[in-house]
Design a protein around this ligand. Structure first.
Ligand SMILES: Cc1cc2nc3c(=O)[nH]c(=O)nc-3n(C[C@H](O)[C@H](O)[C@H](O)COP(=O)(O)O)c2cc1C
Length: 387
């Protein structure tokens, strides 16, 4: 197949992924919560932003690179943590990490991954680690220490799921955890033979799909069994003191993920965080949450230049990345976009998703007359001052 895998944009990869995955797995990757208006709101916020292009700027050489935590990125993108990558592709976490490493793009390992972080970090590149807190906090602290030992330079603590999200579709499709076979999901799996053989079958040969792979051996469970006591994520009792404990423990960069209020961003700064992710979890947490792009300007106003500002939720085009940067984000995270590539083609699909986003970023910059990321930022600053 041609280098472009027959997919000319992220939407093409999405369609391939949808066809390849059993409905239950696809829904987990794609869907939001409740009435799913939050996802549409994320997209609408991007679509509402337009550029007033500048012409005759000499754009034969566009430099998309930017610097984050003292190191250069090829363009302002990092791969968001996505716990279920291992269900999209056999050892999907590793495939994501390898493609990211080859592209020079940072990859955030999820604490809900189905491979342990040491194995994923073997891909090299620039691994970061995302943390959900287990009910038994000592488990989380032990995982954080491991992440530091394998060389993760940044810890992302996800704050926007204080309670489990309302995923009603999981109750219908029967793909919850513990996973139980029923008439509907058995038929679903059997009618997707490539996934059955290539993903499920390979895990079965290895003894089953692991879940909670970052827990100590004695607490790990297969996806067909429930989590043992203490080994469930529980954050409804997490407060700023809990985050302070993590700050004191973690020697690297600390980033708080899922911040939408400028006052929370200011508290993060005061507490010694290095960054925040302006995010509504891709519309997977609170359906009536504001779009992260709508939250961005007030946050940039409050802490821009003093905290590294990441943004995610709804990124599907390079132009979305340019828009986020123009509105003050330093780096953008993509969650579903690389997952579509992964589910469709494995590592090469992820590589393709990253390459699509990179070329679209470069083309958009040329179109608006911005030769550097600095010029993207300056262009928007000029707009807001009415120049
Ligand atoms: C299948 C899936 C699994 C996810 N798992 C995690 C996770 O384990 N930890 C986390 O902080 N965010 C998780 N997220 C949220 C992403 O990190 C990110 O915030 C979101 O996907 C961004 O929106 P986008 O998918 O529109 O790019 C997950 C998202 C998806 C789609």
């Amino acid at each position: 197949m041609a280098g472009n895998l027959g997919c000319y944009n992220i939407a093409d990869l999405r369609e391939r992924a949808r066809r390849r995955l059993p409905l239950g797995i696809w829904e987990y990757a794609e869907r939001g919560v409740e009435d799913e208006v939050g996802m549409a709101r994320n997209r609408a916020a991007f679509e509402a932003i337009t550029f007033r292009p500048r012409v005759l700027r000499g754009v034969e050489r566009v430099d998309t690179s930017t610097e984050i935590f003292g190191k250069v990125l090829p363009f302002p993108l990092a791969i968001a943590p996505t716990g279920a990558a291992g269900l999209m592709w056999h050892k999907g976490d590793l495939a994501l990490a390898r493609a990211a490493a080859k592209a020079g793009v940072p990859f955030i390992i999820s604490s809900a991954s189905t491979m342990d972080l040491e194995q994923i970090a073997e891909a090299g590149g620039r691994p970061w680690f995302q943390l959900y807190l287990w009910e038994d906090r000592s488990l989380s602290h032990a995982v954080v220490d491991r992440a530091w030992r394998v060389g993760c330079e940044a810890l992302f603590v996800t704050l926007d799921l204080p309670v489990p999200p309302n995923r009603e579709y999981i109750q219908r499709n029967g793909f919850g955890t513990p996973f139980k076979l029923n008439a509907r999901n058995t038929l679903d799996v059997l009618t997707h033979p490539r996934w059955l053989a290539g993903v499920m079958g390979r895990y079965m040969l290895e003894g089953g799909i692991p879940t909670q792979a970052n827990l100590p051996d004695r607490l790990r469970a297969k996806i067909t069994k429930g989590a043992p006591p203490g080994a469930l994520f529980k954050q409804d009792d997490l407060d700023w003191d809990g985050v302070k404990q993590l700050r004191d423990r973690w020697p690297g960069k600390l980033v708080l993920k899922g911040v939408l209020h400028p006052e929370d961003a200011e508290t993060a700064l005061a507490l010694g965080a290095d960054g925040i992710v302006v995010s509504n979890h891709g519309g997977r947490a609170l359906d009536c949450s504001m779009a992260s792009m709508d939250a961005l300007p007030a946050i940039v106003e409050a802490v821009g230049g003093r905290l590294t500002v990441f943004l995610d939720s709804g990124v599907r085009r390079g132009s979305d990345i340019v828009k986020a940067v123009a509105c003050g984000a330093d780096v953008v995270l993509a969650g579903r976009a690389p997952l579509y590539g992964l589910a469709a083609f494995g590592e090469r699909g992820v590589t393709h998703a990253i390459e699509l986003l990179r070329t679209e970023t470069s083309r958009t910059m040329a179109m608006i007359g911005a030769r550097t990321i600095g010029e993207v930022r300056a262009a928007m600053a000029g707009e807001s001052h009415g120049e």
